[in-house]
Each structure stands twice: as C-alpha cells, then as structure tokens.
Write a protein that binds this ligand. Sequence first.
Ligand code: ADP
Ligand code: MG
Ligand code: MG
Length: 194
Amino acid sequence: MALTVDNLTEWINAFAQKVTDKKDYLSELDTPIGDGDHGNNMARGVKAVQESLDAKAPADLTAAFKQIAMALISKVGGASGPLYGTAFLEMAKKSKDSTEIADLFAAADAGIKKRGGAQAGDKTMVDVWEPLAAKLASGSLTQAEIDEAVNSTEEMIAKKGRASYLGERSSGHLDPGAMSSGYLFTALIETEGI
Ligand code: ADP
Ligand code: MG
Ligand code: MG
C-alpha cells in the first residue's frame, strides 16, 4: 500500500472533515483533563492544511507532506501542533526513499515519541500511533483496532502533557489527542485505493 499525492489529499480531506465535525467533542474531551481547546486547535489546523493544498498543488508527495506539516505547526499550537507537525515532517523525510504507508507511519510514530518523550501507556496520542503504526506494518488495520487503541487511554494515568498535572485523577477520561489521532487512522482506512 503506497501513498500518492492524490490519495494523500483524499485522506487528509477526510481527516479534516472528521475533525471539523467533531470539533466540540474533542474540546469536551480536553475539558476535564486539559484546557478545553483540542477541538478548536485541530479544526484551525486542518482548515489551514486545506487552504494550503488548495492554494498550491504540491508537486510531489514530499512537498505535500511538508505543506501539511507547516500548516499544522503554524496553526494548531499547544502541545499537539508541534507533535502532529513532527509526524508529517518525518513522513516528508521518509517519502524521499519510500512511499509505503507502513514505512511512513513508522517514521511518524518515532518522530512523535522523540519530540514529546512519551511512551506507550502515558495516555497520549502515542497510545494510538504506536500500536496502529505496527498494525499497518503487519498489513492490516480495522476500525475495531482503532477504537481499542483510543479506548485504551481511558483508564490510563497521564504521564505527559497537561493531563499529567492531574495525576491519578486523569484516569477515567479518554485522551483527546488519542481521539483525534484515531480519526486520522479511520480516515486512512476509509480512503479508496489505500
Ligand atoms: P494543549 O495541551 O497544549 O492544550 P492540545 O489540547 O491541542 O494541547 O493537545 C493535547 C493532546 O496532546 C493530549 O491529549 C495528548 O494526546 C497530546 N500530548 C500532549 N503532550 C504530549 C507528549 N509529550 N507526547 C505525545 N502527545 C502529547
Ligand atoms: Mg488543550
Ligand atoms: Mg491549550
């Protein structure tokens, strides 16, 4: 399974739609364990991504990933902006030698962990990226597996990000960045020809 500018654009547009539809829900998830802005942050970011891709058609996959990364870094803000930005910058770098989805996601997952210092179990987006990048490497990914990864964050105690300030009281709430990352993977598996 390989990415092209066309199927990448389709995937990102589907992600943008989900984030926009779920903007309020993502901010609600961020309210008890954060500062209530994750949906607004992400919606602003995906709007900027679409405006960038509309304004300038990327010449190749590497250019497309870079445009997406720069729009996210400049507009999402917070903790998640630089982390999503890093994911797409790592995909841009990797795309120079591979367009395989498994390779691109492995690079993105490693980049997020390096940038944010979180590990699996810390109740962050890493709890979605790490297991699901591994599923893509094994050749299949289902919605049930995406849901399982997102839901696994509910009982976890946060070790990174704002939610970590709550210590044990962070348990019992889904992680908002894990949820938005889940939408990214759902949009991927729903994209035709991927
Ligand atoms: P902020 O917390 O600055 O308001 P957001 O609300 O946009 O930023 O994003 C919060 C999300 O970012 C969390 O739900 C979590 O998934 C993710 N996150 C925060 N810190 C880290 C980290 N160090 N590593 C990975 N993900 C992180
Ligand atoms: Mg927040
Ligand atoms: Mg914030």
